[in-house]
Ligand binder design. Sequence first.
Ligand code: SF4
Length: 564
Amino acid sequence: MQLTLWTYEGPPHVGAMRIATSMRDVHYVLHAPQGDTYADLLFTMIERQDKRPPVTYTTFQARDLGGDTANIVTRAVQDAVDRFRPKTLLVGESCTAELIQDNPGSLAMGMNLGIPIVPLELPSYSKKENWGAAETFYQLVRTLLLERSKTREPRPGREGRRPRVNLLGGTILGFRCRDDIAEVTKLLASIGVDVNVSAPLGADPDDLRRIPDADANVCLYPEIALSTCSWLTRTFQMPVITTVPIGVGATRDFIAEVGRVLGLDVSAVLGGELPGAASLGSSHSRMPWYSRSVDATYLTGKRVFIFGDGTHVVAAARIASEELGFKVVGLGTYSREMAREVKACAEKYGVTALITDDYLDVERTVAELQVELVLGTQMERHIAKRLGVPCSVISTPIHVQDVPARYSPQMGFEGANVIFDAWVHPLMMGLEEHLLQMFREDFEFGDGAAPSHLHSVAPSKPDAPASALARVPQDTASTPVVPEPAPAPVHTSAATTASGASGAPAATEVVTPVWSPDGEKELGKIPFFVRGKARRNTEKYAAAQGIGLITVETLYEAKAHYGR
Ligand code: SF4
């Protein structure tokens, strides 16, 4: 085991928590020490769930270790069943609890609780979160279909009804699973296919018992659902649709595969899809046309590095290379279970796959490859930020901003639109920044530049030195006014009256403050597009306060004044 600051995946019991939290009427008793409850925050803070995950922790403490910790397990199991009344109970242990070998699953099985118990044995020191989620889902489906698998009764035929499939693999804390399921459901409806069960996300144990009633399974996220789909094929002869519909090409392939497996004519939908055609009407998605449009052509050939889970990396490489015209210069995954698929994908693009769960390896590779865009997880977002490279997040691990309020799928034709926006905009921002840097000294962007959209306002003289902005009394025009740092008298009408009363010249004096060198230097640090305004506000403030020489302090006093 390696201590690390950041990690791509949690321990396998976090994967089990993801399955329990994705479902209804399932509860998870987790034998774990006090402190392991930290994982709750993943679901409430990152996934924005409005309730705690359905997990009861045994929360044993150091002083319990000398006594009967098995007792703590059975008490927690009984309490959870009495309080939450789940239809199915998962029982497992965290990394630390694994070491005390209480075997909580077996303890719960011996309690005659009257509901299905799924004992989880998830090796914490050799496996990780996605594997834990996949294993939990598989054990859950197997347990709930045990009776049906024994009888081996034939699955119901179609008998004139519409074909139906199961969507398997979507979970809480996955990447946009909620919206992907909605999008794929719509896509299937457009070719006359119904969804029988979508699981684990949104399903309850009774739904899992209905899985064999479908004509096929769609393996939406192989990381989570592949082992379950394979078992369903072996046990119930259910075919599996394996194309993951992320990107326009993959969505077309997905529709074609569904048609093939279910014996449907999908030509009406695919007929509207003209691969490679450059017109807005050639696809249900705007991506093909936008990516060929004038706005996007200058993105062609951008050097892209892709890293994440297996499903999203393989899909992203195809989109980047075939649909957006980018050049894939490197790709990889942190998922050892998906290493084979990712290596095969890398070969296709003539690069070597980076299989690692050490973010420092990834950072080194991104720096060496001199990439222009990173498509990755939240870890790569941080890496790209440090290296000043644009980045878009395409995969777990996610952060709170990757759980958007708006509809934001990755799959299907709408998903391709979302991907186009999410990947191309960071590049546009990069270009804009570059242009701003290039032209920042142009007269149009100078402090004195008049708004370019107002024809009636004449632009001020370019490159006018700051001191020229100080206007002086008419009768002393030849001598610039450079007041002392001490506040000068305020030359307002009231002050003028007072001067007049004291015998000073009664001429109307308008003294505009001038900038000290340090004030001017500090002003230069303000971004150029707001500098003009900062200058004017500070001068106005100084004049009102009777300050003749604007120093750094005056600048900040003015800032505070206008900020109030
Ligand atoms: S020991 Fe395991 S469960 Fe506990 S904090 Fe570490 S990773 Fe999490």
